[in-house]
Write a protein that binds this ligand. Sequence first.
Ligand code: 1HE
Length: 258
Amino acid sequence: MLSLPDTIQTTIQDNILLVKLNRPEKRNAFNDELVLAIEQVFANVPAGIGCAIIYGEGKHFSAGLDLSALTERDAVQGLHHSRMWHRALDRVQFGTVPVIAVLNGACVGGGLELASACHIRIAETSTFYALPEGQRGIFVGGGASVRVPKLIGLARMTDMMLTGRVYQADEGMAIGLSQYVTDEGKGVEMAMELAKKVASNAGMTNYALMHILPRIVDSAQEQGLMMESLTAAIAQNAPEAKARLQEFLDGKAKKVGQ
Ligand code: 1HE
């Protein structure tokens, strides 16, 4: 059993791991303890889990970095602090299971950094996105400069930080910050439905989507195409793939959209 602070809670339903940020009185702002707890949780996903869901207690997913500790750090401590965030969020993005984030209210600063390390984002209608680091006189340090432009492009992230622009839930989906928008209070339910589908995929497919696809995207075309071919060859050779293909050929598998 992991020893976790009460600012994070985990439960398991069937083969889905639910992770709740539980610091609503501070709008789920991340102190170091909470960042390290996220690292622990995603480094130790129990065997048999097929997908994880992360969401926040209260009216906000997360207000980002806990600003109360920021003034106490010197430059070297600041470097290590940022690298701690990178370690923790790498555990989320490159862990053992796909992660679905359910967003509501503020998804700002480090909150958006966590959300962008997840594989699917569902925004409830109250969600708003911002990178207030610009206004606070600091810079992103939890991976946003790498992950956010991949979702929305360099120009939009630059604008968010230069002008303090806030995107609402629908706009956020239109530009790529989330893949889904749903009614208030319905996010976890929707995430459970999606998580069941994710967890029913062949293991190699999910592994390739989490660990290989992002590397292909970061590669030059020739290397990317070669990695794709190698991945396709490995995936189709797995017994699970052969069984699924045979099921389709026997007319026993679901058609697309069913
Ligand atoms: C906090 C934080 C925080 C709230 N650090 N304590 N993030 C920001 O710049 C966002 C700052 N927060 C806000 O703009 C607002 O709090 C919200 C829009 C998120 C929510 O507003 P509201 O009216 O619901 O709550 P509140 O009254 O502002 O806050 C409730 C309490 O949470 C209050 O503490 P209290 O002791 O007076 O009750 C706030 O001080 C506290 N609180 N947000 C510390 N962020 C890896 S680098 C990442 C860099 C960043 O993430 S920068 C972005 C920081």
